[in-house]
Design a protein around this ligand. Structure first.
Ligand code: GLU
Length: 476
C-alpha cells in the first residue's frame, strides 16, 4: 500500500488564519492516523509578502499549535527550475503554447465581452500559432473546449464543471514567473502527495489543476475540500465573531490542545463527543466524517473547550504557558511548588490563562482597593474582633500549617457564636479585596503567614469599622 502523504501549503501573508490552521490540523491528523507523512511547503512566490518574518510567523504558529511536519519546509521560490522544465515539456508536447497577445489587446477583448454581456474568456488566438520564445509572450495551457471536468471530491462528492467555463489559462506570465495553479501541481507531484486537503475556496482551482495533471500524463492525488468557517450570522467569519489569527489565541490565553480540539470540531464530528485527547482525535479522524456544509465559529464553545482542557491539565504542564501571563502583570512569579499549588486551586475555575493570571493576583499582590459591595455586606458587626483574634492567633503559628486553619476558624466561630461566613468573609476581603476566593484555608496558606498578617493589619487600618459591635446589627 502506498504511504499516505499530505501537505500544508500556506502563503506567508503575515498571519495564520483560523481556517488555514484547521486545514493544517486536518492534514496532520490524516497523516498521523495513517502512519503517513505530513509535508510543509511554503508558497512564497509573492516576493513582497514572503518576508522572512512572515515565514517565521507560520513556523511559530504551527509549532505553537503542536503540528510537527515530517518533510520540509520546501520553498516554491527555490523550485523555479522545476516549473520551467515542466512548462517547456508541455509546450514541446503540444499541451501548452506561447501567446503573444498584448495586455492592450486582451483588455479590448475583455471590454467587448463585458459590453456583450459575455463571460470574458481568452479567445485562443495564439493556440495553433506555434510561436517560438523570441518575442514577449505568456505560456497558456490548452484546455479542452467542450465536455466537462469531473472532480470526485472526498468531502464534497462529485463536482462537475463545464469546460466551456474555463479558458486557456496562463501558466507562465510574461516575466517567466509561474502561477500558483501550475506550481502547485508540479510541487504536489514531486512531493508525491497522495491527498490534497484544503479550503473550499480552492475548488475552482482544482478543476484547472486537474488539466495540468492530464497534460503531464499524471495520476492526480485525491482531493478533499473543507467547508468554510462562518460567523454566527452565517457570513464569512470576521473579527467581530472572534480573533481570526491563530496566534492571537495564544495571547488570549488559550491552550494549543484546546485549539486542536476546537478546530477539529469545526466541520468534523465523531458521534456526539466534544472533548478529545490528541490520541483520540488521531484515532477517530476521517475525511468521511467531515461535513460538506459550512462550520460555525462559536466563541462560547471555544471557551468551554479551553476551560475543560485547563481543568484536565496537570499543573506542571500549565507552568510554562502561564508564567508569561503572570510576569506580564508584574507578579514576582517563580516556577516551583507554590506556583503548582496556585495552579491546582485555580484550575477548576479558569476559562483562559489570562483569566487564571488575573485570579492569581491575590497570591502575589495585596489588594489595592476593596470591593464596596463586599465591604458593605461583610465588614461590620464582629468583623474587627474576628480579624484581631485571627492576627493574634497567626502570630503564634510559626510555621503556619494549612491543616490548622479550619479548626481555628471553626473554634473561633463557636466561641464568638458566629457563622463560618462571618469569620471567612472579612478575612477574604482583607486578603483579596473581594468576598470571592478559592477555599479560605488554601488561600491563607498560599498567601503565607507574614503576608496575611500584613494584609489584615492594613485592612484594619484602612477600612473603617464600628468600634462597638453592639452599635450595629449583627449580619445574618
Ligand atoms: N497557498 C495556498 C493558500 O495559502 C494553498 C494552496 C493549496 O493548499 O493548494 O491558500
Amino acid at each position: 500500500m502506498t504511504t499516505m502523504r499530505t501537505r500544508f501549503a500556506p502563503s506567508p501573508t503575515g498571519v495564520l488564519h483560523l481556517g488555514n490552521a484547521r486545514t493544517a490540523l486536518f492534514n496532520w491528523l490524516l497523516a498521523r492516523r495513517h502512519g503517513g507523512v505530513f509535508v510543509l511547503r511554503i508558497e512564497d512566490t509573492d516576493r513582497e509578502r514572503s518576508t522572512p518574518e512572515n515565514i517565521q510567523i507560520i513556523l511559530d504558529a504551527l509549532q505553537w499549535l503542536g503540528l510537527d511536519f515530517d518533510e520540509g519546509p520546501f520553498f516554491q521560490s527555490e523550485r523555479m527550475a522545476q516549473y520551467h522544465a515542466a512548462a517547456d515539456r508541455l509546450i514541446a508536447e503540444g499541451h501548452a503554447y506561447r501567446c503573444r497577445c498584448t495586455p492592450v489587446e486582451l483588455e479590448a477583448k475583455r471590454q467587448q465581452a463585458i459590453a456583450e454581456k459575455r463571460k470574458s474568456l481568452y479567445d485562443r488566438t495564439c493556440r495553433e500559432k506555434n510561436y517560438g520564445p523570441e518575442q514577449p509572450h505568456v505560456v497558456r495551457l490548452k484546455m479542452p473546449p467542450d465536455g466537462s471536468t469531473v472532480l470526485d471530491d472526498l468531502i464534497k462528492g462529485r463536482v462537475e464543471v463545464n469546460n466551456a467555463e474555463m479558458d486557456d489559462w496562463i501558466i507562465l506570465r510574461s516575466d517567466g514567473s509561474p502561477v500558483y495553479n501550475f506550481c502547485v501541481v508540479i510541487d504536489d507531484t514531486d512531493m508525491r502527495i497522495t491527498h490534497v486537503v484544503r479550503g473550499e475556496d480552492h475548488l475552482t482551482n482544482t478543476h484547472k489543476q486537474l488539466h495540468v495533471y492530464r497534460a503531464l500524463g499524471l495520476e492526480p492525488p485525491r482531493f478533499g475540500h473543507l467547508p468554510l468557517i462562518l460567523g454566527k450570522d452565517r457570513a464569512k467569519m470576521s473579527k467581530r465573531d472572534g480573533a481570526t489569527d491563530l496566534l492571537d489565541y495564544q495571547e488570549l490565553g488559550y491552550l494549543p490542545q484546546a485549539m486542536r480540539n476546537f478546530l477539529a470540531r469545526l466541520g468534523w464530528s465523531h458521534g456526539d463527543q466534544e472533548l478529545f485527547t490528541d490520541d483520540e482525535l488521531i484515532k477517530a479522524f476521517t475525511l468521511e466524517t467531515v461535513s460538506a456544509s459550512n462550520a460555525i465559529f462559536d466563541q462560547d464553545k471555544l471557551n468551554w473547550t479551553n476551560a475543560s482542557k485547563i481543568r484536565e491539565a496537570e499543573p506542571r504542564d500549565l507552568v510554562e504557558p502561564l508564567l508569561p501571563f503572570l510576569r506580564e502583570r508584574g507578579y514576582a512569579a517563580e516556577d516551583g511548588e507554590r506556583l503548582l499549588e496556585i495552579i491546582a486551586i485555580l484550575r477548576d475555575r479558569s476559562t483562559t490563562l489570562v483569566d487564571m493570571a488575573d485570579r492569581a493576583r491575590m497570591f502575589y499582590c495585596a489588594p489595592e482597593k476593596y470591593d464596596e459591595k463586599a465591604v458593605k455586606k461583610h465588614w461590620k458587626g464582629e468583623a474587627r474582633a474576628v480579624l484581631e483574634r485571627f492576627v493574634a492567633w497567626l502570630k503564634t503559628q510559626d510555621p503556619l500549617r494549612q491543616e490548622d486553619i479550619m479548626p481555628f476558624i471553626e473554634g473561633l466561630a463557636q466561641q464568638m457564636s458566629l457563622q463560618l461566613g462571618q469569620i471567612a468573609q472579612p478575612i477574604r476581603i482583607a486578603l483579596t479585596g473581594s468576598s470571592a476566593s478559592p477555599p479560605i484555608e488554601a488561600t491563607i496558606a498560599l498567601i503565607g503567614r507574614d503576608e496575611v498578617i500584613a494584609r489584615v493589619e492594613k485592612a484594619l487600618r484602612e477600612l473603617p469599622l464600628p468600634q462597638d459591635p453592639a452599635d450595629v446589627t449583627t449580619p445574618k
